[in-house]
Design a protein around this ligand. Structure first.
Ligand code: PAF
Length: 282
């Protein structure tokens, strides 16, 4: 496995692989790899001739008061894990290469970014879509792998790929969970031992939503309120950013579950903002 820092070198490697008829797979990450990322890489390894994993902590997707500086940067350990998972190339540019000038061009995926994390993190998805468009242009993948834990990000990138005719197959990969149900995330490392145990309340509240829908409760307001009650009764000092039920395609809030819906939440536990989601069907 090779670590490539240079954009032009990465572009040449991908072009050569394409010319040789290989399927190029891209796994975009910000590093601090965990089993969720490894699952993306394994899947790409199974399906592609060459696997590129990008590792870039993208400054333009962090808000002014977010954890850009504190975000874990662990390239050496990441490289070992990526190699074990079968990655051929890590693409790890620095911010100066990715943004040599103030970027004046950005990708805005409109309505899909209005709610959920888009509402609480203004500009976040513009930053994500813009950097992923750049990564697509540099690495020219046939297939790109994204985790379903970032449900809104996944929908935004699928739509960007369609709207801008990238022609890439976007592969959604199911969320990897700890044994108790907590969705694996790089930010879980910020949790204290006690908060780590309490964080299971996110997946428990989603399970509750699933049970309610399965038992015929389709009123989104009632489901959300039951989820909120569960969270606040188990973790009274939790700060709920949002508990929302949206249409699975349009990501617009709905009053009644009818067809496929996305139940999503963001909750701060001990100061750490965690997200999770599940899709339900009536
Ligand atoms: O999901 C992430 O790690 C990031 O948002 C991504 C897609 C790599 C863009 O920086």
């Amino acid at each position: 496995m090779r670590v490539v820092h240079d954009i032009e070198e990465m572009r040449a490697i991908s072009q050569k692989a394409r010319a040789e008829g290989k399927t190029v797979g891209l796994v975009p990450t910000m590093g601090a790899l965990h089993s969720g990322h490894i699952e993306l890489a394994r899947r790409a390894r199974e399906e592609c001739g060459i696997v590129i994993m990008s590792i870039f902590v993208n400054p333009i997707q962090f808000g002014p008061n977010e954890d850009y500086e504190a975000y874990p940067r662990t390239l050496k350990a990441d490289a070992e894990l990526a190699e074990e998972a079968g990655v051929d190339y890590i693409f790890a540019p620095d911010a100066k290469q990715m943004y040599p000038k103030e970027p004046l061009t950005s990708v805005d995926v409109g309505k899909l970014t209005e709610h959920l994390c888009g509402a609480s993190r203004p500009g976040h998805f513009r930053g994500v879509a813009t950097v992923v468009a750049k990564l697509f242009n540099i690495t020219r993948p046939h297939r790109a792998y994204f985790g379903m834990k970032d449900a809104q990000q996944l929908r935004v990138l699928i739509r960007m790929n369609e709207d801008l005719n990238f022609g890439i197959t976007i592969v959604p990969v199911p969320t990897v969970r700890e044994a108790d149900g907590l969705a694996i995330s790089s930010r879980n490392t910020y949790l204290s031992r006690e908060d780590r145990l309490r964080a299971v309340v996110l997946s428990r509240s989603l399970k509750l939503a699933e049970r309610l829908v399965a038992s015929g409760e389709l009123d989104a307001g009632k489901i959300k309120s039951a989820m909120r009650d569960l969270i606040m009764s188990e973790v009274p000092d939790a700060l709920i950013d949002y508990v929302e039920i949206v249409d699975d395609d349009t990501v617009q809030p709905i009053d009644k579950v009818d067809g496929k819906a996305l139940v999503a939440l963001a909750v701060r536990i001990g100061g750490t903002r965690l997200i999770d989601n599940v899709t339900v069907k009536a």
